[in-house]
Ligand binder design. Structure first.
Ligand code: FAD
Length: 385
């Protein structure tokens, strides 16, 4: 099919693009979605069975209004798709009182009046006996934290997008795009497509597909590890075990999930920001013995009952901006092009609200949501910080 005309083309149908396609199609737009791989694949950033969601956001209180809206949209997406996407397990944000994880979460909770409890080490042990906090450790406990199911969420968005008439073409990577006052033109090996607007959500492929964006992006290899609990999964079931993010010595922020059933079974743990720089073409997807040992040793001192047999590992990619805030907005050089990238390892919980924002921006050029923090021109304007 060549020279088809659409209202909006969405390039990349992962977490963000799938949501954008759904929101645009639901608003009556003629949408074409183009994706490099198959639906809900495991070669980008939106796979691995679980993602953390939470509201007391240590990264910046500016994210909180978006999170509150995202929670409403997650519930709506569950209803509309009939899929189980979000489980609120409660969450522990742990570490020294002045660690970013604890102090930043507390700042957001206090600023926005979010329900939370502060627990000392004794109280953490009493309520959540699998953890071995150091005497000075504290935790912010948030009942509204929990986990999301990324593959199911991507599938839900794609199914709803198609249900609203979006044409979704898989295994058809965008090779190039151009934009001018008259519209956008997108080329793939199979054809050339034209539309009034383009939304680009390429994840770790942003350095290629958005080469002239002007934002320095660094793609990082990350590994998700699954372990079998010692002595059975009962203490780790989602009904009793919260998600956790635990900041230890500088540079080590470990996070983990309750044990889930099925092929995604076992306890998943990982680290924030300990990845090597990579590209989607060159990433080493094998899991190395020394990285398994490092995680197992870390777990053995902090959550010993979780440090059983290693089950499996799976690589994933972060696409980091210099300040680790997202990039969402109009392309600074192309008025008809809207971009969403640089989610810096913490974007999934925002998927539904990002889809809504992208639809607003593509159709109206503006959004009522607070997105100043994500302005694509901020990095150049402020320099690397
Ligand atoms: C290990 C790990 C753990 C994480 N944990 C959390 C967490 O607990 N909580 C949280 O909120 N976030 C978390 N994140 C971050 C979150 O998962 C990402 O921010 C989010 O999935 C990014 O979505 P995306 O749509 O930008 O990227 P992706 O989902 O990767 O989608 C990009 C899509 O674009 C496609 N594409 C690329 N180039 C082209 C092209 N030329 N043509 C067509 N299609 C193309 C790709 O194939 C891909 O499907 C984690 C990420 C990782 C890697």
């Amino acid at each position: 099919m060549s020279d088809a005309t659409y209202d909006v083309i969405v390039a990349g149908l992962g977490g963000m693009g799938g949501s954008a396609a759904y929101h645009l199609a639901a608003r009556g737009q003629r949408v074409l979605g183009l994706e490099r791989f198959g639906p809900a694949h495991d070669r980008g950033a939106s796979h691995g069975g679980s993602r953390i969601t939470r509201q007391s956001y240590f990264e910046d209180p500016a994210y909180v209004p978006l999170l509150l809206h995202a929670y409403e949209l997650w519930e709506r997406l569950e209803r509309d798709s009939g899929r189980d996407l979000m489980t609120l397990t409660g969450g522990l944000l742990m570490g020294a009182p002045d660690s970013l994880t604890v102090s930043g979460s507390r700042r957001s909770a206090e600023q926005w009046g979010l329900a939370h409890e502060m627990l000392d080490a004794t109280e953490i042990r009493r309520r959540f006996p699998v953890f071995r906090p150091a005497p000075g450790d504290v935790a912010l406990y948030e009942a509204k934290a929990g986990l999301l199911r990324p593959e199911a969420a991507v599938e839900a968005n794609l199914a709803l997008a198609a249900g609203h008439g979006a044409q979704l073409r898989f295994h058809e990577p965008v090779e190039s795009w151009t934009a001018d006052d008259g519209g956008v033109t997108v080329r793939t090996a199979a054809g050339t497509y034209t539309a009034g607007a383009l939304v680009v959500c390429p994840g770790a492929w942003a350095p290629q597909l958005l080469a002239d964006l002007g934002v320095p992006l660094v793609v990082e290899r990350q590994v998700q590890f699954w372990f079998e609990p010692v002595g059975g999964i009962e203490p780790f079931r989602p009904e009793v075990q919260p998600i956790f993010i635990w900041e230890g010595p500088p540079g080590t922020q470990v996070y983990g999930f309750p044990a889930l059933d099925g092929p995604g079974g076992g306890i998943k743990v990982s680290f924030f920001r300990r990845g090597e720089v990579t590209t989607p073409e060159t990433i080493d997807r094998s899991i190395r013995a020394e990285e398994i040992e490092f995680v197992a040793a870390h777990l053995a001192t902090r959550v010993p009952a979780a440090a059983g047999r290693f089950l499996r590992g799976k690589t994933c990619m972060y696409t980091n901006t210099p300040d680790e805030h997202f990039v969402i907005g109009r392309h600074p050089r192309h008025e008809r092009v809207t971009v969403a990238c640089g989610f810096s390892g913490h974007g999934f919980k925002f998927v539904p609200v990002v889809g809504e924002i992208l639809a607003d921006l593509a159709l109206d050029g503006t959004t009522a949501h607070p997105v100043t923090l994500f302005d694509p021109t901020r990095v150049r304007a402020r320099g690397r910080d």
